[in-house]
Write a protein that binds this ligand. Structure first.
Ligand SMILES: Cc1cc2nc3c(=O)[nH]c(=O)nc-3n(C[C@H](O)[C@H](O)[C@H](O)COP(=O)(O)OP(=O)(O)OC[C@H]3O[C@@H](n4cnc5c(N)ncnc54)[C@H](O)[C@@H]3O)c2cc1C
Length: 384
């Protein structure tokens, strides 16, 4: 059986994720109202699915559906389950405890001891991880970051600076911080850091949309980093810092597109339930379904080539615009009281604005696609 080009194994995964969406949605409004109060949400099956699908088999218990097992690492698998969970609520997906983005980086840049340390640290059902690149004055231009990694006591370094807009910034207990040892892109390194370390201070930021992501600001004042917590020590200089971050961005970009598609479909289906004959409904749904297929293609392309980012950029541009425009259309379709009658729609109209900023804005995605074109990695009709 194939659905949207998915084989039987992925259709089963899609069904398992879809079965968790309803309960995620039931918790969405409470999480939005109080994103730092996670206790009431910790037992939801969707969180368990996220943890199983994002923890390597060596350190956890992978998801099993019927005769199929889903190890972490496949981009196509990830966008399949993520679209379904986001149909429940994207804020809840981003609030799920577990390795999240930091895990992707540790998989890329960590040695065996670092992977072991990290996955043991995030093994609990109420443990979050952060991945801190962005700074108050450096977002899209991550290579301009100023946070400093300098020599500290023998056998260690120290971190000084500020990171901002970091997912799980204040609720994460362990994660990675990017900083530079000198000028130039090759001087950027990533370090594994615990939130309880001396000199580490994190505050939550008040957000308008996607409040479940719990963005925070992290201040680092002489935080000691033992040398064994510096990632990529065993890799050549060109494979150490920014290269790893770019790999993470490439991997996560279609996931953000998947969150956008799921949210857009949630808005469209609310209209379908409330006003089945709403003008434009079929067109809106067809657009989102074509975005879903594009997101699947981007995931499959990444599984084939981890550096094939152009299709992911295209998928993100298309999905983010479709979700934003669908939410506005839904409000118009349901009339003047739509936002008060449907609190989740009101929430989703805020959430869809945040997707734009995650893993590169649409302007930055257009730059990626144009650079890929110049390098011959894109041909007319689609990326290679
Ligand atoms: C929900 C959410 C989760 C996030 N999670 C994390 C996280 O976990 N870790 C982390 O480190 N960061 C995270 N971020 C931060 C995110 O990475 C930044 O918001 C993003 O990189 C954009 O940076 P900025 O906000 O400083 O905007 P800017 O870079 O200042 O951009 C402002 C505007 O200028 C445009 N622009 C910038 N440069 C160019 C250019 N060269 N050409 C054309 N236009 C340009 C942009 O498109 C945008 O419209 C998160 C953000 C959100 C909203």
């Amino acid at each position: 059986m194939t659905v949207d080009g998915l084989d039987e194994r992925r259709v089963a995964l899609r069904g398992a994720a879809a079965a968790c969406a309803g309960e995620l949605r039931e918790h969405a409004a409470a999480l939005d109202a109080a994103p730092s109060e996670m206790k009431p949400h910790l037992g939801v099956p969707g969180f368990d699915l996220v943890r199983r699908c994002t923890t390597p088999e060596r350190y956890g218990d992978p998801l099993r559906v019927g005769r199929f097992t889903y190890a972490s690492g496949s981009s196509l698998d990830t966008v399949v389950w993520m679209t379904e969970l986001a149909y429940g609520d994207a804020g809840m997906v981003l609030a799920a405890p577990g390795p999240s983005l930091a895990g992707i980086l540790v998989d890329q840049l960590g040695d065996e001891g670092q992977r072991e340390y990290f996955y043991r640290a995030v093994a609990g059902a109420d443990v979050w991880a952060f991945f801190a690149v962005t700074e108050p004055a450096h977002g899209s231009d991550a290579s301009g970051m100023e946070c400093a990694l300098s020599l500290g006591a023998p056998g260690s370094h120290r971190l000084d600076g500020t990171k901002k807009y970091v997912g799980n910034g204040a609720r994460g207990s362990v994660g990675v911080i990017f900083a530079r040892t000198g000028a130039g892109p090759l001087s950027i390194r990533a370090a594994l850091v615990e939130a309880g370390a001396d000199g580490f201070d994190a505050q939550g930021l008040d957000m308008v949309g996607l409040r479940g992501a719990a963005l925070g600001e992290i201040r680092l004042d002489g935080v000691a980093v033992p040398d064994e917590r510096l990632l990529a020590r065993h890799l050549p200089p060109t494979r150490r810092g920014l290269w790893g971050a770019v790999r993470v961005f490439n991997t996560v970009r279609p996931q953000v597109a998947a969150l956008a598609v799921g949210t857009g479909l949630a808005c469209a289906d609310l209209v379908r339930t409330e006003r089945p004959r709403a003008p434009g409904l079929e067109t809106v749904r067809a657009r989102l379904e074509s975005c879903r297929r594009l997101v699947y293609e981007a995931g499959a392309a990444l599984d084939h080539d981890r550096d094939a980012g152009a299709l992911s950029s295209t998928a993100k541009i298309a999905a983010v615009a479709a979700a934003r425009e669908t939410s506005r259309w839904a409000v118009r379709s349901l009339g003047p009281a739509a936002l008060t009658d449907h609190p989740l729609l009101e929430k989703w109209t805020r959430d869809v604005c945040s997707f734009e900023f995650m893993e590169g804005t649409s302007d930055i995605q257009r730059l990626h696609v144009s650079r890929a074109w110049v390098r011959g990695r894109v041909r007319a009709g689609g990326p290679r």
